[in-house]
Design a protein around this ligand. Structure first.
Ligand code: AHM
Ligand code: MG
Length: 338
């Protein structure tokens, strides 16, 4: 009977968030409206990502001369960005938007302003777009201070001040993972309904994992602690089995696997990129927020990632995140380094 209930009592993401918000008497539905616009953006990107593959196949086969419209010819990441920016502005619930695609922060015009700031990477994992490997959208949400003109200061906040974060993965299925500070919950798009349905309630990351995930091609430029850690993954000295290596090169996919299976994801600093590669506001913070909410940890090599205070909107930081025990090990190695 439980399975029956599952199939007939659909917990959509909107219903889920409305339920959560009803616990706060002061809530007036603004967050639900904002989230609905983010979800709309994700559905659009999901459908565009799926069609992109198809359009290429037909093009290659040369059977029909598909005359793609202007919209379709736009690069997927540019198109996705436009969709998110327009959806977020039209929600009437945002003041500042920071997108990986836009050099400058976007200040929403006063008539459309609301209390939220959204930082996002509309389509992350660009190197994986053309070969059909999983890519994703990442976002984090801050609240602006009441009654004051919004400034960049409202988004140059440590990650621990976010009120929500999440990502959507465009993979073998379309998966939306969200935390509003009360655990991490996963939803899967039912394409026939066009709705995200709760499929992974209260995700907890295993305390220790068997997988490490890093671009080992950068090994020659790593610092001591990172090199030592990866060596330990491959040649453990405590009699445990070596870890497996999995690296997709899409942060959303690598983090999603880490969240579900456990283990550690690393994008460390190296001699060529002393601050690593990943961006603090819309990559490091949202994923760190989710990791902590799922019982894991996130570390920059110096401090808890969510404590970092960014100085610039596109700032980068090294990042080590995942299972509690695995991150604890790398923290010990960096601490020993002094
Ligand atoms: P992008 O914004 O150009 O897509 O780069 C971000 C991506 C992340 O998704 C991923 O974790 C990382 O770059 C992989 O980088 P690398 O190819 O250096 O291993
Ligand atoms: Mg990116």
């Amino acid at each position: 009977h439980a399975a029956d209930a599952h199939r007939t009592d659909l917990m959509t993401i909107t219903r889920f968030v409305l339920n959560e918000q009803s616990k706060h008497p002061e809530s007036r539905g603004d967050f639900t409206i904002l989230l609905n616009h983010i979800v709309l953006g994700c559905k659009f990107v999901c459908s565009a990502v799926n069609k992109a593959g198809l359009a290429k196949l037909i093009g290659l086969a040369g059977e029909t001369n598909v005359q793609a419209s202007g919209e379709e010819q736009k690069k997927l990441d540019v198109l996705s960005n436009e969709v998110f920016v327009k959806a977020l502005v039209s929600s009437g619930r945002t003041s500042i938007l920071v997108s990986e695609e836009d050099e400058e922060a976007i200040f929403v015009e006063p008539s459309k302003r609301g209390k939220y700031c959204v930082v996002f990477d509309p389509l992350d994992g660009s190197s994986n777009i053309d070969c059909g490997v999983s890519i994703g959208t990442i976002f984090g949400i801050y609240v602006v201070k009441d009654g004051i003109e919004p400034t960049l200061h409202d988004v140059l906040q440590p990650g621990k001040n976010m009120i929500a974060a999440g990502y959507c993965m465009y993979g073998s299925s379309c998966t939306f993972v969200l935390s509003t500070g009360t655990g991490v919950h996963g939803f899967t798009l039912d394409p026939s309904l066009g709705e995200f349905i709760l499929t992974h309630p209260d995700i907890q990351i295993p305390k220790k994992g068997k997988i490490y995930s890093v671009n080992e091609g950068n090994a020659k430029n790593w610092d001591g602690p990172t090199a030592k850690y990866v060596e330990k993954c491959k040649y453990p000295k405590d009699g445990s089995s070596p870890k497996s290596l999995r690296y997709i090169g899409s942060m959303v996919a690598d983090v999603h696997r880490t969240l579900l299976y456990g283990g550690i994801f690393l994008y460390p600093a190296d001699k060529k990129s002393p601050n690593g590669k990943l961006r603090v506001l819309y990559e490091v913070f949202p994923m760190s927020f989710l990791m902590e909410q799922a019982g894991g940890q996130s570390f920059t090599g110096k401090e808890r990632a969510l404590d970092l205070v960014p100085n610039k909107i596109h700032e980068r930081s090294p990042i080590f995140l995942g299972s509690y025990d695995d991150v604890e090990e790398i923290k010990t190695l960096y601490a020993a380094e002094g």
